[in-house]
Design a protein around this ligand. Structure first.
Ligand SMILES: [Zn+2]
Length: 508
């Protein structure tokens, strides 16, 4: 390779997310960043396909089904260490769930595709046939009675499981099963339909397929004589030979020009990428942070260092905790960390991009609302575990609150809904009065920030006074009425409140 220097500048959010992904993959130490521009030598593209998968596997390791299979060996080791002394009915149930999961994973299509690439003699699918769940006694007492027989069966099953684990954990298993895992659990959220995500792809080895489709194409392009190229890249304005690379492979963006050219002016596609930009766009999954099928990216578009810092902070929050907290929670934590440091972000408003239900959603988090999130840190944190169930779906109160703050909406309808459920269906409400009071306090602030109220600091006392008034009402009401009619009167109060408040705040 020649030692050509390449240079790219921040642009729209998707390009920015892809560019930060690209830098994450090759390592910040291998690039030069000045403000919104990154420079790097073309030799960072050597073995890029390896770096690409390595980064995604390392980042999402804990969330991969491969890890679910392999990490169980620690448990097996613990059981064996004290000869199954602590193994009880609950352990057996856990083992059976694990067996069910293992069977499901190892016969899924993506695993089967990985086996054909592995250099192992083991016939994993025939091993799978021997794997059966173990009969569970109904009670611990029954379990204890038959424990020695049960443990013998468990030991046999563990023998089979060990073969499965060793197979998945062998070098080629780590390479191909984990690559398949990240393709379907991470990459597919960002792009689809080409390369290893094209069902008709001829190349079975996903590393080779990526290399040919993206890396080789980019390297050949860099080397080529571009003197006679008459087209221009949509992203970097670089010269291009043809318009063959569309943005159609990116989810929720562009379109498949081969299917529908009628979208474009005069039936000609004028949105095409040069092979280097296409390679960088393929790094979008390494720039966004995913929790399951939900993605998040904070578009700090003035300084690339900021963009890397805040998004990697979010990634660490989400992926190192190992808990499936909401992406919002991680975002708020990252924002807090940033705000409390001496050097604050210079940007006035933060654009937050979320990927949900296969669509991108955009919010602007204003400086005002950002300040509010920081000031109410403790109150917001107390909401993390509270939730309620509506139409069989669980709603996290924290997410609901942040969502409204992002949209510059007050919390009136949310609070009303929560009180309503608390009265009508308390068993499906996982929150208490303190949580509601926190919401009311935060709401006062939101309301004021939105220009709804012009008050001094005493407004905090309104919430407190309201709570005290409510408590004395309850005491008096209980004294007068032996029957518990509290929910009834609360309903009426709530309805009265809603009617008189209908002019305030936007309904959601
Ligand atoms: Zn380009």
């Amino acid at each position: 390779m020649s030692d050509e220097t390449l240079q790219f500048t921040l642009g729209d959010w998707q390009w920015n997310a892809a560019l930060t992904g690209f830098i994450n993959i090759i390592g910040e130490e291998n690039v030069t960043i000045v403000n919104d521009t990154v420079k790097f030598e073309e030799d960072v593209l050597e073995g890029f396909e390896e770096k690409y998968f390595e980064y995604l596997i390392r980042t999402y390791k804990k969330t991969l089904s491969w890890s679910r299979i392999v990490t169980f060996k620690d448990k097996i080791f613990a059981y064996e260490e004290n000869d199954f002394d602590n193994f009880d009915l609950l352990s057996l149930k856990g083992l059976n769930t694990y067996i069910k999961d293992v069977k499901y994973f190892i016969e899924s299509a993506s695993y089967k595709a990985a086996y054909s690439l592995m250099d192992s003699e083991v016939d994993i699918l025939s091993i799978k046939k021997e794997l059966e769940k173990i009969k569970e006694p109904k009670t611990q007492v029954e379990f204890d009675k038959g424990k020695s027989d049960i443990v013998n069966t468990v030991k046999q099953v563990i023998g089979i499981l060990r073969q499965v684990i060793d197979y998945c954990d062998c070098p080629s298993g780590r390479r191909y099963i984990r690559a398949k895992n990240v393709i379907y659990s991470v990459i597919k959220n960002a792009w689809n339909g080409v390369c290893f995500l094209n069902p008709q792809t001829k190349e079975k080895d996903v590393y080779t397929d990526y290399k040919t489709e993206f890396v080789d194409a980019a390297v050949n392009y860099i080397k080529s004589d571009k003197g006679k190229y008459r087209f221009q890249c949509f992203t970097c304005d670089g010269p291009m030979k043809n318009m063959n690379n569309s943005m159609g492979f990116l989810n929720g963006t562009g379109f498949d020009v081969n299917k529908k050219s009628s979208h474009v002016w005069n039936f000609e596609n004028d949105v095409a990428l040069c092979p280097v930009c296409k390679l960088i766009y393929s790094c979008l999954p390494a720039g966004m942070t995913y929790v399951g099928a939900q993605g998040l990216y904070v578009n700090a578009n003035i300084d690339l260092h900021d963009a890397l810092k805040i998004n990697n902070k979010i990634k660490t929050e989400i992926l190192q905790s190992g808990e499936s907290h909401s992406a919002y929670y991680a975002l708020v934590r990252a924002l807090h960390e940033n705000e409390t440091k001496a050097t604050k972000y210079q940007f006035v408003d933060v654009q937050v991009i979320r990927y949900e239900n296969a669509k991108y959603r955009f919010n602007i988090l204003s400086r005002r609302m950002l300040k509010l999130i920081v000031e109410h840190e403790k109150r917001l944190n107390s909401l993390i575990k509270s939730s309620f169930i509506e139409n069989k779906l669980t709603f996290r109160v924290f997410d609901e609150v942040i969502d409204r703050i992002f949209n510059s909406q007050n919390l009136f309808t949310l609070i009303h809904k929560m009180l309503h459920y608390k009265l009508s269906n308390p068993l499906k409400c996982y929150f208490n009065g303190t949580h509601v009071r926190h919401l009311l306090t935060i709401n006062q602030d939101i309301y004021q920030s939105l220009g709804g109220m012009d008050m001094d600091k005493e407004y905090y006392y309104i919430v407190k006074n309201a709570k005290n008034a409510g408590e004395s009402l309850r005491v008096k009401y209980f004294v007068k009425n032996a029957n518990n009619k509290l929910p009834g009167i609360c309903y009426r109060l709530l309805n009265a409140l809603k009617t008189s408040n209908s002019g305030n705040g936007r309904c959601t």
